[in-house]
Design a protein around this ligand. Structure first.
Ligand SMILES: Nc1ncnc2c1ncn2[C@@H]1O[C@H](COP(=O)(O)OP(=O)(O)OP(=O)(O)O)[C@@H](O)[C@H]1O
Ligand SMILES: [Mg+2]
Length: 341
């Protein structure tokens, strides 16, 4: 396991997890998880189906007890101070937690009342949040008539009622179409802008890249890597040099020529005909310099020359030996998560 502990003092840590273990019968869902989330940042917990993401979120939001290990959220111990802890967190579970029969507004108002807000304040908060999440027009309609994206936005709004310091989002956009996913990302970014600390689980590389500044990669209950996103990407594999000749007819000759050059340790080039470029995986600065030098010595006019870091998908593959995009399992969509209020 490689973990980069940026916050050894724990002073500005909003979430601290040490050695969490959780079994379900024979299944070891969490196998000694450690992580830190710095206050005001977004930590992405990335892992395939069954990695233990929901189990971790449930323990941190006091819905589930761990077997061993410790965790604190906003300074409160999950096992010893659950009531205080619940007051400062918000949770958007993996499955919708709103009452479908009730209109959006009623859902938010009720949660406000459950959180002990006075009637007037619960009303104002419901209005404000519906506005904020662009649901005002649908305020009076039962949530059962909402689209998937609207439900998710209502879920997010519900988790914001108590003005949480720390927000847990368990796969907030799984199953949403790309446009709706973008809407949810925009809302999450706005919450982070308000200073909320977010721990977000996801199976999507793109989501982690969009929202998180740091990543913890989990697989089969274990943390297999952690650190800043760019750092992680740079650590796994090298970069890819993308060379786009001005004349597309030079694409294949250029690729063949680079393959024949004999630069030490250079991997085979790949032709990306669609984007009119040759991709050259480079492992060192020396290789990068040698390739660029050779191309310019040859006098080929280039339209562009860029280096790309590996995608998170590639990062996951190289860390775990398997792809992160495991097939979705067939769970009933009606399953509900309790809301921690
Ligand atoms: N209530 C339960 N009873 C028995 N086993 C469980 C239970 N909940 C989870 N598990 C098992 O624990 C492991 C971790 O599950 P968890 O739901 O935490 O994974 P996950 O990373 O959230 O997966 P997904 O991406 O599918 O939501 C899995 O092997 C799962 O089958
Ligand atoms: Mg899950």
């Amino acid at each position: 396991m490689t973990r980069i502990d940026k916050n050894p003092s724990g002073a500005d840590s909003a979430v601290t997890v040490r050695g969490l273990v959780k079994h379900y019968g024979e299944t070891k869902a969490l196998d000694g998880v450690d992580l830190d989330v710095r206050a005001g940042t977004v930590m992405g917990v990335l892992g395939p189906n069954g990695a233990g993401k929901t189990t971790l979120v449930r323990i941190l939001s006091t819905l589930l007890a761990s077997d061993t290990g410790q965790a604190t959220v906003a300074g409160y111990d999950v096992a010893r101070q659950p009531r205080q802890l619940r007051r400062v967190i918000g949770l958007t579970g993996q499955y919708a937690s709103v009452d479908e029969k009730l209109p959006g507004w009623e859902n938010l108002y009720l949660i406000g009342r459950l959180l002990d807000l006075p009637r007037k304040e619960a009303r104002t908060r419901a209005d404000e949040l519906l506005e904020r999440f662009s649901l005002t027009d649908a305020a009076k309609r039962p949530a059962s008539t909402y689209s998937g994206g609207m439900r998710r936005r209502l879920d997010l709004a519900a988790s914001m009622i108590g003005r949480p310091q720390v927000l847990f989002l368990d796969e907030p956009t799984t199953g949403l179409d790309p446009r709706t996913r973008n809407e949810v990302w925009t809302e999450v970014k706005a919450m982070v802008g308000d200073g909320v600390t977010v721990l977000l689980t996801t199976q999507y590389m793109e989501e982690a890249e969009q929202l998180a500044s740091e990543l913890t990669v989990v697989d089969r209950g274990k943390v297999i890597a952690g650190g800043g996103i760019e750092e992680l990407k740079a650590r796994v594999g090298g970069r890819t040099l993308r060379i786009r000749p001005a004349d597309p007819l030079q694409l294949r000759p250029l690729a063949g020529w680079l393959d024949d050059l004999g630069i030490t340790g250079l991997a085979t080039t790949v032709v990306d005909a669609e984007r009119g470029s040759v991709l050259v995986p480079v492992l060192s600065d020396e290789q990068l310099t040698a390739v660029i030098g050779a191309v310019s010595a040859r006098g080929i006019t280039l339209a562009s020359l860029t280096t790309e870091l590996p995608s998170l998908d590639e990062v996951f593959l190289s860390l775990t030996g398997h792809r992160a995009s495991a097939p979705q399992d067939a769970r009933p969509t009606e399953t509900r998560e309790e809301v921690a209020v």
